[in-house]
Design a protein around this ligand. Structure first.
Ligand code: JFZ
Length: 421
């Protein structure tokens, strides 16, 4: 099924994921409440403490934009149940903390002002709502804590709460570009969330919105999106996590499916003070180029700290990315598969007749492009437009069908092939 609503997103290729909630205070994991089997009361201290005095989403938006990201997705409710938006269906929200701010509203306003698209991550799990019941074998605080053993939960009450909140998010915050659900598992999928009804409401309120596939699936499945008859809640794109699909993602008929790989910047979704686990900009660029070359997107996560700031090493990575994007953004936006295979030296990306060769590592001499010289008019560096030497003639005689560039000097970078291929 062809959906036009997702075209802008697949052209954008690069987005920012923001995991932020009360869990940023513990500095270890957004799963703390579950891992440590904390009761509501034990977890309450984080709610009382939460006060991100330095929260300045305009600065976040400026940094993200410079770093080449074209959209951003904020966790407006993660598994802990705390809401970063002013929901009338709960008291467990940022407007009731010391900061008294609707963090989600400020986020969408700031990012839109910088020209980025905005999305909300909404957790289907909720460890704070008394009627949320966790099926399956994972620990769940409500079900597994002594103090709630006599509570008669009614899962339908939770579903009503969740649907109401999604309605608020789709009504009170202007145009929302992406809703990112997390996640279905075991028997908890699709209609267990009353997903047909939910998606009908969402698409009525936000006709152009893009949905991920996790109302139906977990991170490792395509779901009915890959079949000729997707369900109403199949979503618009597949969302593999912490992995770049080896060969992109195809549907059952062999056509490209839209996908977005999400990854951490430092091995953790949640804020952590550890400065040592960061992927550097070079690694992220390589992964972004790889995703683009396979027809997918990359969503890179930052976990802001309890003051509301991006960790310093993350700011450095964003800065390094901005230097690359200034020179090479053209080889990402609007680009996708080139149909030229996987070369030894890196990746090809392509936007219509523009083919980009990304040499991702230093090479020692002539580099082989698997395109005959007769089909290439000129090769230029994308950064400055300078011409790249096309090697004549001896290697070409030895390896016909290839064009060799740059005779002797070490070479690296991204190159535009002017051609008719
Ligand atoms: C989920 C969350 O639990 C996690 O905290 C984070 O928000 C991440 C982006 O999404 O993690 C998942 C979800 C699904 C799978 C694994 C981790 N899965 O299906 O294997």
């Amino acid at each position: 099924m062809e959906r036009k609503n997702i075209q802008w997103m697949m052209d954008a290729r690069f987005g920012l994921f923001i995991h932020w909630g009360l869990y940023c205070i513990n500095g270890v994991t957004e799963w703390k409440r579950s891992y440590e089997r904390l009761t509501i009361e034990e977890y309450e201290k984080y709610f009382e403490e939460f006060n991100p005095v330095d929260y300045d989403p305009k600065e976040w938006a400026r940094m993200a934009k410079k770093a080449g990201m074209r959209y951003a997705i904020l966790t407006v409710k993660h598994h802990e149940g705390f809401c970063l938006f002013d929901s009338k269906y709960t008291d467990y929200k940022s407007t009731n903390t010391q900061c008294k701010r609707d963090l989600a509203r400020e986020f969408v306003e700031a990012f839109r002002a910088e020209g980025l698209r905005v999305g909300f991550y909404y957790s289907l799990f909720d460890w704070h709502h008394p009627d949320y019941h966790h099926y399956g074998d994972l620990y769940h605080p409500m079900r597994d804590n002594e103090e709630y053993k006599d509570y008669e939960y009614d899962f339908n009450r939770y579903l009503e709460y969740m649907h109401n909140q999604i309605r608020e998010l789709c009504t009170n915050y202007g145009k929302i570009d992406i809703l990112w659900f997390d996640n279905s598992y075991g028997e908890m999928r699709g209609e267990k969330w009353k997903a047909t009804e939910l998606v009908k409401m969402i698409r009525e309120l936000q006709p152009e919105i893009v949905l991920n596939n996790r109302l139906e699936c977990n991170a490792s499945a395509k779901g009915s999106l890959s079949t000729p008859n997707p369900t109403a809640y199949a979503g618009d794109f597949v969302s593999p996590e912490q992995i770049v699909p080896p060969e992109g993602i195809l549907d059952d008929m062999g056509n490209d499916l839209p996908w977005e790989a999400c990854c951490t910047m430092n091995n953790n979704w949640c804020y952590t003070p550890n400065p040592y686990n960061y992927k550097d900009a070079k690694c992220l660029v390589r992964k972004l180029v790889e995703c683009t070359s396979k027809g997918g997107n990359l969503l890179v996560n930052i976990g802001p700290n309890a003051r509301g700031r991006f960790p310093k090493p993350a700011v450095k990575v964003l800065h390094d990315l901005s230097e690359w994007f200034e020179d090479y953004g053209k080889s990402i936006y609007g680009c996708g598969k080139a149909g030229l295979g996987k070369p030894d030296w890196g990746y090809y990306t392509r936007n219509g007749k523009f083919v980009y060769a990304h040499l991702m590592q230093q090479e020692i001499g002539p580099v082989a492009l698997n395109i005959p010289t007769s089909e290439i008019k000129k090769i230029r560096r994308v950064s400055d437009g300078s011409e790249v030497l096309i090697v004549k003639p001896w290697v070409t005689e030895l390896f016909p069908g290839y064009t060799f560039i740059n005779f002797q000097e070490p070479i690296q970078g991204t190159f535009l092939l002017e051609n008719d291929i």
